[in-house]
Design a protein around this ligand. Structure first.
Ligand SMILES: *[C@@H]1O[C@H](CO)[C@@H](O)[C@H](O)[C@H]1NC(C)=O
Ligand SMILES: *[C@@H]1O[C@H](CO)[C@@H](O)[C@H](O)[C@H]1NC(C)=O
Ligand SMILES: *[C@@H]1O[C@H](CO)[C@@H](O)[C@H](O)[C@H]1NC(C)=O
Ligand SMILES: *[C@@H]1O[C@H](CO)[C@@H](O)[C@H](O)[C@H]1NC(C)=O
Ligand SMILES: *[C@@H]1O[C@H](CO)[C@@H](O)[C@H](O)[C@H]1NC(C)=O
Ligand SMILES: *[C@@H]1O[C@H](CO)[C@@H](O)[C@H](O)[C@H]1NC(C)=O
Ligand SMILES: *[C@@H]1O[C@H](CO)[C@@H](O)[C@H](O)[C@H]1NC(C)=O
Length: 217
């Protein structure tokens, strides 16, 4: 129930289009709104840290005053956007999904490192036979392998990673199919996953389905 309600919220909210200043249209998605909010928050946070701001703007009082004015406007916009609790919770789900996707990438990286650490031929060539460097790398990978075991024991995570991989593969296949027969590249050539991707702006929807339930508990 929770999976589908969040999923439908995402679908419903993503197809809005807004006219740009120059008359062109640019799709407004939850993803883009969340990105905008994160950017506004960064601006507000930076303005609140005078040490950081002074360093970034090299103590130029003019630039600092300009930035503070910009941050003040950003705070107002942010407050308005944050008053939409639906949007705020959708952003939390998207952020969590992004974090999961990052973790999946990290897991793949560890697997690659493990294969390298176990292959003496490859190791010798990569580290030019330097035994110290090889030992250091193997120690690092050994620690990573322990972490990977823990991550792999999390079924929610591994199924989300599978969903991401499957979606990426479907997207690639749909693209290849569309390219190979451009004249018949109708919607039927696209997989369901690819259509979902097009509407939600990424593989996030699948991950959202996989993780939303956990988050909402
Ligand atoms: C029109 O504006 C949008 C955003 O407002 C911008 O991305 C796009 O490049 C602009 N197009 C032209 C032709 O200036
Ligand atoms: C401000 O930024 C500095 C430098 O990046 C950082 O060390 C410090 O923790 C920040 N202060 C606050 C209150 O966040
Ligand atoms: C400070 O920034 C302003 C605006 O960018 C620039 O015109 C001015 O030359 C800068 N002042 C110094 C001392 O660098
Ligand atoms: C709140 O945000 C959602 C998701 O972007 C959107 O569908 C809805 O129209 C917004 N509500 C208001 C009152 O702006
Ligand atoms: C080790 O790497 C080499 C070079 O990439 C490759 O040819 C070989 O099959 C690998 N050995 C094993 C056991 O995977
Ligand atoms: C091997 O790598 C270590 C650590 O980076 C370095 O200190 C050492 O000089 C290298 N040895 C050789 C023979 O290049
Ligand atoms: C399993 O992974 C999910 C998604 O990353 C996370 O939300 C959850 O906290 C993890 N569970 C445990 C027991 O670590």
């Amino acid at each position: 129930m929770q999976f589908s309600s969040i999923f439908l919220t995402l679908l419903a909210a993503t197809a809005v289009a807004a006219k740009g200043h120059n008359g062109t249209t640019k799709a407004v998605t939850d993803k883009s709104l969340c990105k905008q909010m994160a950017k506004l928050q960064d601006t507000v946070d930076l303005a609140a840290n005078t040490t950081k701001l002074d360093a970034k703007l090299k103590n130029n009082a003019t630039k600092i005053a300009d930035f503070e004015a910009k941050a003040s406007a950003a705070a107002t916009t942010l407050q308005t956007m944050q008053s939409n609790t639906t949007l705020v919770s959708t952003c939390a789900v998207i952020a969590a999904a992004n974090k999961v996707a990052d973790t999946c990438d990290n897991m793949k990286e560890i697997e690659k490192n493990m294969a390298l650490a176990a292959n003496t031929t490859k190791l010798d060539s990569k580290f030019k036979g330097n035994a110290t460097k090889i030992a250091e790398f193997q120690a690092k990978v050994s620690a990573q392998a322990t972490k990977l075991d823990t991550l792999n024991s999390n079924a929610t995570l591994t199924s989300a990673c599978s969903a991401i991989s499957a979606s990426a593969a479907a997207k690639k296949a749909a693209k290849a199919s569309a390219t190979s027969s451009s004249s018949t590249a109708s919607s039927t050539a696209k997989s369901g996953a690819a259509i979902i991707d097009a509407k939600t702006g990424g593989v996030l929807s699948l991950v959202v389905m996989a993780v939303a339930g956990t988050l909402m508990l």
